[in-house]
Design a protein around this ligand. Structure first.
Ligand code: PRX
Length: 656
């Protein structure tokens, strides 16, 4: 309720400026009208903008909770993102920049659509030579380098399923993802640059591969300048490991794109859920590409000469949909940056925007709050007049950060689009369309055409105005199709919230709808944390903690953090004979970072003799959240031993 009260005080509104509207592609609500009248027909119209090898016979086959879109149709995602733009014609984009890339040390590369066509085709042939066939899984564990996009598109070209694993994940997280997907090939790099240092990806990969029996080959991108086989960063195993550039030297160019069924799997992307085991979200080809391409045009009002800067890593869904598939399907130019936003100075983002003439910036609230903290002088020393539109994604954006972004980065002239969506939705669902929507700071505003959200209460009753659970009431083309190897979990997680309505998708988010139909996202309602815009399951962190020999039991909760949105507080019960202290606290924080990745490192670790539990033994995280937030304790009547929580609260407050 606290969040709701805060947001209720936000009454500012920003209609699209006349200047923006006069150039915008969409300026009225006719698309919404068309989509509401017949949403299958609307989506079919959008899908028809892609290049199909064979037309579909049915737009939607909906057997809740399983949807198939554009059935019978055939297409290839890489051909749509690349080949289509290089064919000789008056509108050819063959010399247009597809990817403008800058490494953290300042090295640069620009790939035209023609360059991308050659690289993707050659690498597709490399994969084929390594024995990769249609339907095989390829794991990608790379820094933000053009090879990441090339590898993804090369997989798509031959019908292999890519599974990109964020380069910040630890070896064990990589191992689990490789094994769940049974990937045949891993593509990695000797390292990537981050804050002036090297992230030794190949070394982490080698550790993971000790327990990955399915991997037959490893392709290693040489990111480090210098001779092959820089031993410090990449030890190459004979027969298994190959340098990317060596394979590419010999690879032929000609490579026909594989005709893929609209419902063939394009990729798997793992995301956190409420259990310790990450979910392999499955996206298919035709619907996913339709969703990405359509929303890219509508939300970002895409124009031919835009330079689109999406700061997300390709390891997350935003990097899939709005660094690779959405922009490239539209023949746009994307700006890709490898490193940290504060390297070598805190103005790196603005320096990048200025030097490359970025016109659209799409980033996360956690980054915006960090920029705010660093001070607007880092922003204003650069000429950002090329920017015309700003986007936000990944977590609720507080009105203060929204206004700061609009004023300081956007110079008061750029519309701000706060875009709500998820790995599962594949593409943006709720967002302003900048030439049409009057924005309200802190609200993702209203659904895009063709999406039908609703707010329901726990019993499944609609809440037209007020707070409740966010649901999508109709299927949409880029929706997840299942969880890899675990369809029962798909049904259980997303379509079982309201038992009498197995057609309703449950997003896991709380939201409020105001009297003008605007959506205000309130965060997760399950045991999933959102740390700096990234989803982390409490169970994942708890499982990591209890693997430590000193830990008997652990419970993890999110605590409000002024930059990261949420930070992790861990409550830990030690084994008999162990005592907690500063050293063990630091050791446990590092232990979690090593097991999962630095993003999961708890900010606080609190040792406790006991954890608050119900009489049936369930840990009451709600009370732990109250303690972590320093709030008055909620209802404690169901506790087995009320003393436990009183002691914990005292101890926690004493430790601060
Ligand atoms: O809780 C919502 C939050 O991020 C979750 C999805 O996380 P992930 O699958 O990692 O995808 C992030 C990028 C799309 C959602 O369930 N979230 C995402 N965007 C917003 C948001 N919360 C509020 N406002 C947003 N704009």
């Amino acid at each position: 309720m606290r969040d709701i009260d805060v947001l209720l005080q936000e009454h500012r509104k920003f209609p699209p400026s006349d200047d923006f509207r006069s150039h915008a592609a969409i300026t009225d609500r006719s698309l919404w009208d068309a989509a509401s009248a017949d949403y299958e027909r609307y989506w079919a119209g959008e899908a028809a903008r892609l290049e199909w090898m064979k037309p579909w016979t049915q737009v939607l086959d909906w057997k809740p909770p399983h949807a198939q879109w554009f059935t019978g149709g055939k297409l290839n995602a890489a051909a749509n993102c690349v080949d289509r733009h290089v064919r000789p014609s008056t509108g050819s984009r063959r010399n247009k920049a597809a990817i403008i890339w800058e490494g953290e040390p300042g090295d640069r590369r620009t790939l035209t659509y023609w360059d991308l066509f050659i690289e993707v085709s050659k690498f597709a042939n490399v994969l084929r030579q390594l024995g990769v066939k249609k339907g095989d899984r390829v794991a990608i564990y790379l820094p933000m380098v053009p090879e990441a996009a090339i590898a993804m598109l090369a997989c798509a070209r031959i019908g292999a399923i890519h599974s990109v694993v964020f380069g910040g994940f630890a070896p064990e997280s990589l191992r689990d993802r490789i094994n769940d997907a049974e990937a045949k090939v891993l593509i990695t790099a000797d390292g990537g640059y981050r804050r002036g240092g090297i992230v030794p990806l190949k070394r982490s990969a080698d550790k993971a591969l000790e327990e990955c029996p399915s991997i037959e080959h490893v392709v290693v991108v040489r990111r480090r300048a210098g001779a092959d086989g820089d031993e410090a960063f990449a030890t190459m195993q004979d027969g298994r490991d190959h340098w990317w550039h060596r394979l590419m030297q010999r690879a032929p160019i000609a490579c026909e794109p594989e005709p893929m069924d609209a419902e063939d799997v394009l990729y798997i992307l793992y995301t956190s859920g409420t259990t310790g085991k990450p979910k392999g979200i499955v996206h298919t080809t035709g619907g996913y590409l339709t969703g990405c391409a359509t929303t890219m045009r509508q939300v970002f009002d895409l124009r031919e000469d835009d330079v689109f800067f999406c700061t997300a890593d390709v390891g997350w869904v935003t990097g899939h949909s709005y660094v690779v598939y959405g922009p490239l399907a539209n023949g746009a130019t994307v700006l890709m940056y490898e490193g940290a936003p504060d390297w070598p100075e805190k103005d790196r983002m603005w320096d990048l925007c200025e030097r490359h003439g970025a016109t659209i910036l799409y980033t996360a609230p956690t980054a915006i709050r960090a920029f705010m903290k660093w001070g607007s002088e880092w922003v204003t020393k650069h000429d950002l007049s090329s920017l015309r539109l700003l986007g936000s994604v990944g977590e609720p954006i507080n009105p203060e950060a929204w206004i700061w972004y609009q004023q300081n980065v956007g110079g008061g002239r750029c519309p701000v689009v706060d875009t709500w969506w998820q790995t599962e939705t594949g593409a943006i669902v709720i967002s302003p369309v900048p030439g049409v929507t009057e924005t309200k700071p802190g609200s993702a505003t209203q659904p895009l055409p063709g999406y039908f959200p609703e707010i329901l209460n726990n019993d499944g009753k609609p809440v037209p105005v007020g707070g409740g659970l966010l649901t999508l009431t109709k299927p949409w083309p880029s929706m997840l199709r299942t969880i890899w190897n675990d369809d029962p979990r798909y049904v259980e997680t997303y379509f079982s919230k309201w038992t009498d309505r197995p057609d309703l998708y449950f997003a896991g988010d709380g939201a409020r709808r105001d009297d003008e139909g605007y959506y205000w996202l309130l965060g997760r309602v399950d045991d999933v944390l959102n740390i700096a815009g990234h989803r982390i399951g409490t169970m994942e962190v708890e499982s990591a903690l209890v693997e430590h020999p000193s830990v008997a039991e652990a419970a993890v909760v999110g605590k409000t953090h002024d930059v990261k949105g949420q930070a992790i507080t861990a409550f830990v019960t030690l084994r008999e004979g162990k005592t907690g202290g500063h050293d063990l606290r630091e050791e446990l924080r590092d232990f979690v970072a090593q097991k999962i990745g630095a993003i999961a490192r708890p900010d606080d670790v609190l040792f406790s003799a006991d954890l608050p539990k119900t009489r049936s033994g369930k840990i009451m995280r709600r009370l732990l959240r109250d303690i972590a937030e320093g709030r008055a304790l909620g209802d404690i009547t169901t506790l087995a031993d009320p003393n436990v929580v009183a002691q914990l609260k005292e101890q926690y407050e004493g430790s601060e």
